[in-house]
Unconditional design. Structure first.
Length: 235
């Protein structure tokens, strides 16, 4: 499904935290279905989960998840919520049983497509404009694009055809936090991608939009809870 990324993993000893990325996830593991909301800081792994536990998830692009889950994103911020709380126990149980019996990823994708179609947010046809993310409207796409390029909030509001207060309310509903926080999170994502590609930290700071390398270090520690070198060693 456009905008969403299917992922799988297995619990291993010493796994690092989940870092903020502006996304929301629909997750299956050990017969359970969970919704992971947009994070404002690092989320440590659950120490009670045994090593070797399999996970499958569908990660939705910033602003896409609310149309799938049916609740404003700020209600899920920094939370892990049973899918049954959002879609009802019967539907969640049915999906969990199907996921356990077959391909969890395919079940998650089908469930998300069905929700978007039922809400009239995606036809699923081939005539959609290139790059369109189902579940996001044009204003939301403009906000992600502007903040992702490091544009000031006032400029992003103009690009989206909103006042700054309206932009803030809209951002809380679709991203889970205000535009300034989303901009910081998207900048962190850019910085980590550059650093993992081997770009020197000083160049990472310049290319990702930080004032200098010290600013980069402060923001990484603030949002990710650890220095850049520690994050890179954790993978």
């Amino acid at each position: 499904m456009p905008g969403a990324v299917l992922w799988t993993t297995t619990t291993v000893p010493g796994a690092g935290p989940v870092l903020p990325d502006g996304c929301t996830d629909l997750i299956w593991s050990a017969g359970r279905l969970l919704v992971a909301g947009p994070d404002t800081g690092p989320q440590p792994p659950d120490a009670a989960v045994p090593t070797g536990t399999r996970w499958a998830g569908l990660r939705f692009a910033p602003g896409q998840g609310p149309a799938v889950f049916g609740v404003p994103a700020h209600e899920l911020r920094d939370r892990r919520v049973p899918l049954a709380d959002l879609w009802g126990a019967r539907r969640a149980r049915e999906l969990a049983e199907r996921a356990a019996a077959g391909s969890p990823g395919a079940v998650l994708e089908e469930a998300a497509r069905d929700r978007l179609r039922a809400a009239g947010r995606w036809s699923g046809g081939s005539g959609a404009p290139p790059g369109e993310v189902p579940g996001r409207d044009g204003r939301t796409a403009a906000i992600v694009s502007g903040l992702g390029r490091g544009r000031p909030v006032a400029e992003v509001a103009r690009l989206a055809g909103m006042g700054e207060r309206q932009l803030h309310r809209h951002s809380l509903a679709v991203f889970g936090y205000g535009p300034k926080t989303l901009g910081r999170v998207l900048r962190l994502v850019r910085a980590l991608a550059l650093a993992r590609a081997g770009v020197p930290y000083a160049e990472v700071a310049a290319r990702a939009g930080y004032a200098d390398q010290a600013h980069l270090a402060r923001e990484v520690k603030s949002l990710a809870g650890a220095p850049m070198g520690t994050l890179l060693r954790a993978g």
